[in-house]
Write a protein that binds this ligand. Structure first.
Ligand code: ZN
Length: 340
């Protein structure tokens, strides 16, 4: 009995050992096969990736309000463009620009031939913008009289009106912002100026006159009269041949009547000088300019910008020296302009 039992046990042990042996071999076999398969799979996968990379490339699909607007390779580049072309966009009436919705990006594989189209995306983004506009209102007695685009224009208008009406008008400036473009309705300097003259019923007949039959339709600059015609001064040898109007360097100088430019270059003590012939023996001279914008022989209309205020030649600071000549003789410009 014991022997039989012992045989059974032995055989069991033997059997078990054999099973173990077989199973290890099997595991080794299957592992090898699996590795082989894995290698093939890896190779195939690499192959597929290679094909994808030959035909396709990764790009960001860009969506705005859920709608695809284009593709870009570089997210940062588009963000920079948005900042430059949209958010930092400046124009005369633009105070602030915000995107209504930011673009969404999704990384995708697209055909290699696909090109990024930043400019179209920018155009799509510009369709939905949150824009704050700004303008400057000129008001009197708490009533808006005119709206213009810049502070500079508003200041110039008030200056001109005060000179034209020969007294200080009660005009003030307010900076205003709005999101409603319809509220803008700004006018140009000339239009606003004429409207104010009409609305306030300002008599300009004394200020705008004629020189020897030539109609004066514009003031050359607004500013402070710093030296009158005929005065003597230590900085010049003879009496003053013109009228000095001091204002900021770079202020546009407008020709006061229609005419032809007969001189436009540097001329000693006058510095940069523009001479305009208006006919009837009338000439106007504009001296000490920082820059000249017209050429000799050029036709000009009253109000055209011909130069900018400077301090060239014999000058102690930025101002316009305006000289009026009739048949070669200088006359007092204040007989015709700035009669105050
Ligand atoms: Zn002068």
């Amino acid at each position: 009995m014991y022997k039989i039992y012992s045989i059974i046990i032995n055989s069991r042990v033997k059997k078990k050992r054999r099973v173990n042996f077989i199973s290890i071999r099997k595991v080794k076999f299957y592992t090898k096969e699996t590795l082989k398969l894995f290698n093939i799979a890896l190779l195939a996968f690499g192959f597929i990736i290679a094909i994808i990379l030959i035909k396709y490339k990764p790009m960001y699909e860009v969506k705005v309000s859920g709608e695809r607007v284009g593709y870009v390779e570089n997210k940062q580049q588009l963000d920079d463009l948005i900042e430059k072309d949209v958010e930092n966009y400046t124009a005369k009436n633009i105070e602030k620009v915000d995107l209504v919705e930011n673009p969404e990006y999704e990384l995708k594989f697209v055909e290699k031939t696909k090109e990024s189209n930043e400019s179209e995306i920018i155009v799509a983004l510009q369709k939905e913008l949150d824009i704050t506009y700004k303008y400057y209102e000129i008001y009197s007695n708490e009533q808006t009289i005119e709206k213009v685009d810049t502070m500079q224009i508003a200041e110039q208008i008030i200056n001109d009106i005060n000179i034209l009406s020969e007294k200080q008008q009660n005009l003030n400036i307010n900076e205003k912002t709005t999101k409603n473009i319809e509220e803008l309705g700004t006018n140009t300097l000339e239009v606003a100026e004429n409207n104010i003259i009409q609305k306030l019923d300002i008599d300009t007949s004394k200020a705008i006159t004629h020189i020897n039959g030539i109609k004066i339709s514009s003031l050359p600059v607004s500013g402070v009269i710093s030296s009158r015609y005929g005065v003597s001064s230590s900085i010049r040898s003879s009496r003053h041949t013109g009228l000095d109007i001091a204002t900021k360097k770079g202020t546009p100088i407008k020709v006061i009547a229609n005419g032809n430019v007969i001189f436009a270059r540097r001329n000693g003590a006058y510095g940069n000088l523009v001479k305009v012939d208006h006919g009837n023996g009338v000439e106007t001279w504009y001296a000490h300019a920082s820059e000249i914008y017209v050429k000799e022989g050029q036709k000009v209309k009253a109000g055209d910008i011909i130069a900018s205020v400077g301090s060239t030649g014999n000058s102690t600071g930025p101002h316009l020296h305006l000289e009026v000549r009739i048949n070669g003789k200088h006359v007092n410009p204040q007989k015709y302009l700035y009669n105050n």
